[in-house]
Each structure stands twice: as C-alpha cells, then as structure tokens.
Design a binder for this molecule. Sequence first.
Ligand code: LMR
Length: 348
Amino acid sequence: MLGRKVIKNLLSYTLKSCVCTNYSPQRNIQVSLVGTTNDVGSNLAILLKQSNKFDQLNLYDDDCKVKGIGMELNHIPGGPEVRTWAGDSSLQNSIRNSDLVVMVYRVPRKPGYTREQMLSANAPAVQKLCRAIANENPNAFLAIATNPLNSVVPFASALMYKYGCYNPFKMFGITHIDTARARMLTARALQINPLDLTVPVIGGHSDDTIIPLFSNMAPCATVVDPYKADTLTRLVRKAGTEVVFQKHGKECATLAMAWAINEFINLMIDAIRGQEVIVNCFTANPNFGTRFFSGATKVGPYGITQACHSFQLSDFESFLLNTAVPLINRDVGLGEEYVKYIEMMEKY
Ligand code: LMR
C-alpha cells in the first residue's frame, strides 16, 4: 500500500531526478495507444491522426485488426505517422519510444454493473502494460482511461512502485469526460453556450464520487441555484451509466469518451513540448484526505507541477466531498490490494 509518507518521499525524490533530465522541445514526439480496436480506441485514433502536434502514433492491440486500422489511417494525408503492433509479444515495442502511453483498453460495462465491478476484468491488461513500461520505458507519461478509474490508477501506481519505477508526477487517470458532461448539461440547463463555460469537477470517477463544483464555475456571473445544483449533479454522475443503458449493454460511452481523451492528449502534448497546461485527472494527491483525487491539475514537461488543492465549497458540495472521501479511500485500497491478489493468481 502506498502510504502518505511513501508518496511524499517519492514526490521529493522524483522531483530531484526530473530536474536533472535533459529536455529538448525540438525532438520528435510519440504517443502510444493501448487498446486501439475497441470503439473508444478506434474513434480516438482517427481524432489523433488529425493532430499536427506530434510525430508518431503507435497503435497496439491484442487483436490483429489493429494492423488494418493503422493501414487505413495511413491513407489519410497529414498528421502523425501511424505504426501498429498486434499481440502480447509486441506490447513492449509499441511503447518503447513513446513520450505518452494512453491505455484505453477495457471490457465494456453491462447494464446493472457498477464501474467498481470492472476491476477483475480490466486489471490483467493494466498489469501487462505496467510491466512493459517498467521494462522498456519507465520515463513515459502513463495515462489511463480504463475502469474502475478510482481503483485502476492506484493499482497501476502500486505495481510501478513494486517494479521500482513509480513516478507519481507521470501517472494519470483521465477524467475529461466528467468536465465535458458537466459543461454540456449545465449549459443546456442554463441555455448558454457550453464553449463559454467551465465547470470544475473533482473527486473520483464513479456515480457517487464525481463532484461538479457549480459554485466555482467560470464565468463567475453564471449562477446555479441549489435545486438545480442537486439535479445537475445527479445528471452528471449518472451520465455514463445512462449511456450504458441507452446502448442496451452493447457498449458504454465511446464517442464522447474518445473526444474527451483526445482533449486530454492534446494538452499533454503541449506539456511535453514545454508549456504548462491544466488537465483534469485522477492522480496521487493527498490534499483532500485521500491518497488519490481528481481535479484540475497543472502539468509541465516533467510531469505534474501542482495537484488540485483547495476550493471554496457550497454546503451541498462540502456534503458531497465528505461522502465521497470514504468511497474513494475504499476504491484506492481495493486497487492497491488487488496487486497481491493478481500476483497470487499468477502462481496458480
Ligand atoms: C463513462 O463515464 O462513460 C465511462 O466511465 C464508461 C462507463 O462504464 O460508464
């Protein structure tokens, strides 16, 4: 288990080691996508192919269909060069030279299932990826969009710690989908343009831990009354589960999810190129009574420079935070404990 002290020590150790790294803003930038052939992965790949911010897109999947996806994407003029890798034995090659590795692999959630119940289905793929990164490219940024995010990010962190290369500044759970939904649902309720609106979302990524902060919206002249805040919070929290139901068990959110991950990746590439950016993510963060927490996070070329820390909260938001903290702690513990379980299962 990654105690608070361990995280603090790691933070100071890694910061020192990061400062010594040579950073060259001119070099080629590579992004790897792990889990390309599912609907999130393939939609994300076409969005990324339209970016002029990086040079090479490495697509990996167990399924050899990834080869056809890559071939097709290379028929589209412009954007990064696309390279593909299929099958377990090529996972290491697919991430070897990447600056940013993004995991979108997932077994989709069925109606009636919670995200929490997806840990055993998705953990083995996360473990394989962590091993590959530890062996081949421990300095890469690792961003995960695989559920249950509240447990998978601590699980991956504990694994990397065990493999001797955990860097809390470079490990992210992507939560841009929650800010996108909060923005859209609020803009619709207030009949304003979503592009003019920012709604911070903190907490975790599950029905009871997503906390939209309507009291901290920008522009600040926009006001959501307490009744609307309650209704909108329920809508934002349930949005993913509602998509699962509307797709009749065949998939969960894929298009908006790909859009949201693409938004995150483009910002991260700006960071890798030397800018300081703000992304929404679930990361190591001891500021709210949990070891991991989601919110607006500053990132620069060497990783996180500032995790989200304090907000003026309404009474309702304070209540949501107080009820979410024990749930996040439970999910974090489950993820960390799962390392022991999966290693024990490997022996049989
Ligand atoms: C979402 O929020 O849409 C994702 O976490 C996928 C899911 O299972 O709900």
